[in-house]
Design a protein around this ligand. Structure first.
Ligand code: ASP
Length: 440
């Protein structure tokens, strides 16, 4: 594996940031100049901009995204197998797994509660008139119905969801980026089994997987060299099509959700890194700039996962077996930002619908937000179909989702940041607990 390279990392982060700024500025400028007012017809110029954004710029961004996704399966499998095998015993894996899950549950529940608290205090729904709500909802109803229809493809009950963790076909599990849990389970079991074989029997596979892991990290490094261009294209596409007008219409919701996510990242995640990993905010953010920019621009924990591993190992000195164990699990199961967003959105939509959720129901929302954040796929908008489940459970019509879809792109990009930084801090905490000295 490459030597630690903070200097190279920092110049990459600067170039990605530059790509992000250029893409956003050009996209927002074109949007401001040419996008139609909310509900109005599109001008010819804007139709042309959309064509360029959809047909030329987005495919270039998608190429970058696909390069990241391309290494997800080899990295998930090799890093988990090697992680578990490297820990040496099933007991050790069990104890690490328990602590990891405790972290995931505690931080996700905290984030969801914080989302509910913010809405209870700010009451963003008070600022949305029924007429505005009806128009916005009408505009995005089709999209909302598509998300709700996507639910039909999701496992129906919690029990089925648990059953689906065990894949009946490993190749099938690996074939779907949205359902990595099956592959994770298989890698965990196989890694655990390897600890029961004599070393000379399991050595060949271990060495092969070490090579696959190193090769994947190398390919990831090449893909990241394209990140400045890929990020510029992804951001341009999103910002040129941003619903700036809708943002104004549901502005209080937008500010509450975005403010909550920023607050969670700046106060909670930074605080956790300080308290549990002993890293000052300056040190922590110096190490995870590229990671945060990747999460923001791809909007996907899964696509970012190889970068999360690389950041933990190369920037902070987390042992490979711990990073390789925590990150694949975290990318699929630990979504703090998503839980906070769910808390904010469900309570906001309930308020708009005039449904007063009592304390018991708010606790139910926290529980469901935790479960759905675990179940959501780490892809752009992965949590949207599941949020419809939570809405239904507390008696809010799921079509109300339409109200927040117009502004979801930016919220999605933002919530993916705490989704991945929480995984990183979990791995830092576990390394420290195991007696490893982090790179300070
Ligand atoms: N985009 C988020 C992620 O990949 C999932 C979501 O909240 O929709 O982490």
């Amino acid at each position: 594996m490459d030597a630690p390279s903070t200097k190279r990392g920092s110049s990459l982060a600067t170039r990605i940031l530059l790509g992000l700024v250029v893409g956003a500025v050009v996209g927002i400028a074109l949007n401001l100049l040419y996008a139609p007012a909310f509900g109005a017809a599109k001008s010819g110029a804007y139709v042309e901009i959309e064509w360029w954004a959809d047909k030329i710029v987005k495919p270039i961004g998608d190429l970058f995204l696909r390069l990241l996704f391309m290494v997800v399966v080899p990295i998930v499998f090799s890093s988990l197998y090697l992680g578990v095998a490297g820990l040496g015993s099933v007991g050790k894996v069990g104890s690490l797994g328990r602590q990891t899950l405790q972290w995931f549950l505690a931080t996700t529940a905290l984030a969801a509660s914080m989302g509910l608290l913010l809405v209870a205090v700010i009451r963003p729904a008070q600022h949305v008139s029924p007429a505005v709500a009806a128009t916005v909802q009408q505009q995005y109803l089709g999209q909302a119905q598509a998300k709700i229809a996507a639910l039909a493809e999701q496992p129906k009950s919690w029990m089925e969801m648990v059953v689906e963790i065990v894949p009946d076909n490993v190749v099938g599990a690996a074939a779907d980026n949205k359902r990595l849990l099956g592959l994770i389970f298989f890698a965990l079991i196989l890694g655990a089994a390897s600890t029961r074989l004599p070393t000379d029997r399991s050595r060949a596979l271990r060495e092969l997987l070490e090579t696959i892991y190193d090769l994947s990290v190398k390919v990831l490094g090449w893909a990241m060299e394209l990140a400045p261009l890929g990020v510029a294209c992804l951001i341009f596409h999103s910002s040129a099509k941003l619903g700036l007008d809708v943002m104004r219409l549901v502005g209080w919701y937008f500010v509450t959700a975005m403010g909550g996510l920023v607050l969670y990242q700046v106060v909670v995640v930074t605080g956790l890194a300080w308290v549990f990993a002993g890293l000052s905010p300056t040190r922590f953010y110096r190490g995870c700039r590229t990671l945060m920019l990747t999460a923001f621009s791809t909007s996907s924990s899964s696509a970012t996962m190889p970068t999360t591993i690389r950041t933990a190992v190369e920037e902070f000195g987390v042992p490979k077996e711990i990073a390789g164990f925590v990150m694949p699990l975290g990318a699929t199961m630990n979504m703090n930002g998503t839980a906070l967003f769910e808390g904010v959105s469900v309570l906001f939509l309930a308020q708009v619908a005039g449904i007063d959720l009592g304390l018991g129901q708010q606790l139910l929302v926290v529980g469901l937000a935790v479960l759905t954040a675990i179940g959501a796929a780490g892809v752009p908008g992965g949590s949207l179909p599941l949020i419809a489940v939570v809405l239904t459970q507390v008696g809010v019509p799921p079509e109300m989702l339409a109200l927040i879809l117009g502004v979801d792109r930016l919220v999605d990009m933002t919530r993916t940041i705490p989704n991945v930084t929480s995984d990183l801090v979990c791995s830092l905490w576990l390394s420290r607990r195991e007696g490893h000295v982090l790179r300070g």
